[in-house]
Design a protein around this ligand. Sequence first.
Ligand SMILES: Nc1ncnc2c1ncn2[C@@H]1O[C@H](COP(=O)(O)OP(=O)(O)OP(=O)(O)O)[C@@H](O)[C@H]1O
Length: 555
Amino acid sequence: MKQLPDDGLRAVFARHRTRMLAAAALLLATMLAGIALLGLAGGFITAAALAAGTAAGFNYFSPSAGVRALALARIASRYAEKLAGHDATLRVARDLRGWFFRRALPLAPARLGVLRTGELLARLMDDIGRVDGLFVRALGPLAAMAGAGLLGIGWAAWVDLRAGLLLAVAALAVGGGVPAVAAWRGRARERRHAALQARLRMRVHEGIEGATELAAMAASGRWAGRVDTAAAALAASGRQRRRRLAVADLLHALCGMAALLAMTALAASAVHRGQVPAAHAAALVFLTLALLETWAGMGLAWQALQGGRASARRLRAVVEQPVTVRDPARPVPVPGTDTLCMQGVVFAHPGGRRVLDGVELAVAPGQRVAIGGDSGGGKSTLAALAMRIHDPAAGTVSWGGVDLRDVAQGDWHARVAWMPQDAPVFAGSVRENLRMGHPDADEASMWRVLSALGLDGRVRACGGLDGEVGEGGALLSAGQARRLALARALLRPAPLLVLDEPTEGLDVDAAAALLLDLERALGARSLLLISHGPVPDALPWRRLRLQDGRLQAAP
Ligand SMILES: Nc1ncnc2c1ncn2[C@@H]1O[C@H](COP(=O)(O)OP(=O)(O)OP(=O)(O)O)[C@@H](O)[C@H]1O
């Protein structure tokens, strides 16, 4: 992937700065054409009314040609502005997702794992949606409104200085007051709104995920109540935002009315005193009207700006977490088949106790080591260190004498086949699931692994390698799903297998059968097996127990 010079959120927008500027300029042109259209038409009608029956030589042609030209220009610039604005937004939307995934993926699973799926989904969908709409909903309109205001004030001041000052005061009242009302306590409100949206998504997601258990515990109604509560809180927050917007709109209308009355009075008195021609005076009134109409979207744009900024902070909070492991500047090549070694390994999760406290372990080529121990004793943590998901606080984890901190994480992962405790089965076919482990695997090797794990019969009976397994392996039994995940790991051409509780959820006989099948399928590869269940006596594996942060021979 192309390395981007600056990978901050601002850089995503800055990359499309030219397109956004062009879209904002076109939006400004559309606004100006609308304002000029109203001003010119108003001035023209007034001048024509005053000239009626008195001036045979009144020039109807130029103003009406101007009106037609402005109407056409407005249509053309609106079309171009929509095109340019959406083009810029779609590009930002594309890059924003790329940016988020590029920054977030290295944080998985150690950092992302602590976020609940619903929360992560909310950030991926709602927050990214609000941030990628920042330009069309907030930045572009606000910039164009400011530009139109400045030019309008400039023209009014050129016609009559007092009119310019009056428009400037109106602009300050609307431009300062409306955002102040719309955005009052907006930062906290938008943060809360985003959090409520995430909470609703989390409840719905977890309710769907746990639907069967909730039904079995007769708790579906209670859960639906929790979803309703979250939905009601979100709706209340939405109403609060709309109320604030309504108050801002009211303020805008009041300021507008006052400004319009004042401008009408000022224009009439200027005409009366012969300081301004009647057509120009009428144009001033229409200009005020048009500018106020243009500024009508200010409250909404301001709220969109605050919402977008709150969402941007939520996205940054995910991606700006420090990565748990870093690749070295000059990675050392990873030896092929070799010994995995842990020496004096100490590790504690952030804010937690020392889970590992001087672990010594060696897994020689072809050796099988099974590690048992109490629940919560640190077995999965040990596997995660072997995978270099975390680095030890003290001691070393090495492969063939090379410290894993000196190799690139990707190179190391190419040497290991890992099956985590909650290994997922992906929606799709058996083939697609297996190819996740080894994209180039041929059919013969897939069948070999399936048959070694006793899964070939089931796969043949249900459509072969292209048979669907359902979402999360819903069409498979728990044992078949574990076997498929295990087959995926076994298919990986890696000299070391790290399997975390591959027999979880299986009864004792099924677990023993799976381990015996595994032994047959392993061949020359080494195995580091984490299991709190018993390993069948028939297997000549080295058995260790993790106790008080250290490994000892199992009885
Ligand atoms: N990401 C984390 N952040 C903080 N603490 C964690 C994290 N992961 C695990 N722990 C804690 O570390 C300890 C060891 O957890 P670990 O999952 O390694 O145990 P385990 O032996 O695999 O347990 P089990 O057999 O139940 O799977 C536990 O007390 C757990 O609460």
